[in-house]
Design a protein around this ligand. Structure first.
Ligand code: HSE
Length: 435
């Protein structure tokens, strides 16, 4: 490593890029276009040494064809490469390439939420063992500076709870359903036409994407290890236009939330991803379209909200480039950034133990005694009713019941028992209500 009289590096710091999709291409172009600025900030000249892609012969506008290779392993193995950026996604070959890079002493930056949420501990351990950085700001909520605030700015505080809108596709769909009265299928079709939803939208609408992000957020916020398999998950496909209208009538809005909570005794966490009603007055209710936001409640800081674009080439590249500069600064200063903090080793609460409020919509026969029967089932399971509204339609009626706080297990037992009442024709909806 060459230095000047003041100890500043005068050589270049070489970067390898794995993947050149929307985000990768944006990172490469911005590294080139903003080279002098980024060099000044990093304290060493940053140079893109190569880009590994499946098809190197494909032309990418504005990028030097000589940079491209199909051999990711060889690029990562180059002894002059000090930072490896992984933007290919998926578990393999991303995991093997990052482990190989770290074993050789390179620092790594990744946007790979699935990898972090599944093999995070293995990657952290490799970073620790080889004395390198593992940064992944772009893996959750795209452009929003969120992981560094959790890992660093809030490291002196105690986070109690986080409520996040961390999936833009589902937020777009629910926003459209709320604003136009559309059903799920119509709103999904619009999201697909506008490019917000993938051709196969399962990862987003079934909550897999949000669950991986929730695992990463909870691990950082609570200093413990949470994997995606620990996250309870429900998607938004069953949310109906009627649910959205009922929420509106009640002064609520339905959002797909990632909820990470520390238990009152501070011995356990619960992490869950599902649609829920929130009051229209909650700061998250105003997060519309494909925007993301995470609302944090901490002992000393109080309430915080992080808001911005959670996806897209340029917004995600912003987070990747921030990590590149941070990691480069550490290499220039021969230091390291923050590593894993998982000392707390908290237990993980099952969904049955989680406590919240519920909205239950029943179609019933409208005759004397039905409301009493229904109320008795709630009472028998220890679920206290907060409000009841009945709308009659001839011989039938719909009952909309909102409960006080109760465990998921008690609510599930209530719903099961309600199915056994002859006068209950259908339980058309059960939704959580977050306060
Ligand atoms: N598909 C995600 C979303 C973005 O809709 O927010 C990438 O995680």
């Amino acid at each position: 490593m060459a230095t000047d009289g003041a100890g500043m590096r005068t050589d270049t710091l070489k970067i390898a890029l794995l993947g050149c999709g929307t985000v990768g291409a944006e990172v490469a172009r911005r590294l080139d276009a903003h080279g002098p600025e980024l060099t000044a900030r990093a304290g060493a000249q940053l140079e893109l040494a190569g880009i590994a892609v499946r098809d190197p012969s494909r032309r990418r506008t504005g990028l030097d064809p000589a940079l491209f290779t199909a051999d990711g392993a060889a690029l990562v193995g180059r002894p002059d490469v000090e930072i490896v950026i992984e933007l290919i996604g998926g578990i393999e070959p991303a995991r093997s390439l990052l482990l190989a890079a770290m074993a050789r002493g390179a620092s790594v930056v990744t946007a790979n939420k699935a990898l972090l949420a599944t093999h995070g501990p293995q990657l952290y351990e490799a970073a620790e063992k080889h004395g390198v950085d593992l940064y992944f700001e772009a893996s959750v909520a795209g452009a929003i500076p969120l992981l560094r605030p959790l890992r660093e700015s809030l490291a002196g505080d105690r986070i109690r709870r986080m409520l996040g809108i961390v999936n833009g596709t589902t937020n777009f769909i629910l926003t459209r359903m709320d604003e136009t009265g559309a059903d799920f299928a119509t709103a999904l079709a619009e999201a697909t036409a506008l490019g917000y939803a993938e051709a196969d939208p399962t990862a987003d609408v079934a909550g897999h994407d949000a669950a991986a992000k929730a695992a990463i957020l909870a691990s950082l916020a609570f200093h413990t290890r949470i994997r995606v398999g620990d996250v309870y998950r429900e998607g938004i496909t069953a949310v109906s236009a009627d649910d959205v209208a009922s929420a509106r009538d009640m002064g609520n809005v339905i959002k797909m939330l990632a909820i990470c909570e520390l238990s009152a005794d501070e011995q356990a966490v619960s992490v869950r991803v599902h649609p829920a009603m929130i009051p229209r007055t909650h700061p998250l209710a105003g997060v519309r379209e494909a925007f993301n936001a995470v609302f944090v409640e901490a002992d000393a800081a109080g309430q915080l909200m992080f808001y911005g674009r959670g996806a897209g080439g340029a917004p995600t590249a912003s987070a990747v480039l921030g990590d590149i500069v941070a990691v480069a600064r550490h290499r220039v200063g021969q230091g390291r950034g923050v590593g894993e903090s998982a000392y707390a080793q908290l237990a993980i609460r099952s969904i049955g133990e989680c406590v919240t409020h519920y909205y239950v919509h029943l179609d019933v026969t409208d005759k004397a005694g039905v409301l009493a029967q229904v109320a008795a089932v709630f009472a028998a399971n220890g679920v206290s009713i907060s409000t009841v509204r009945q709308d009659g339609h001839g011989a039938e009626a719909s009952l909309v019941i909102v409960t006080h706080s109760a465990t998921e297990a008690a609510l599930a037992a209530t719903v099961e028992n309600l199915r056994g009442i002859d006068a209950v024709r259908e339980i058309s909806s059960v939704l959580r209500v977050e306060r």
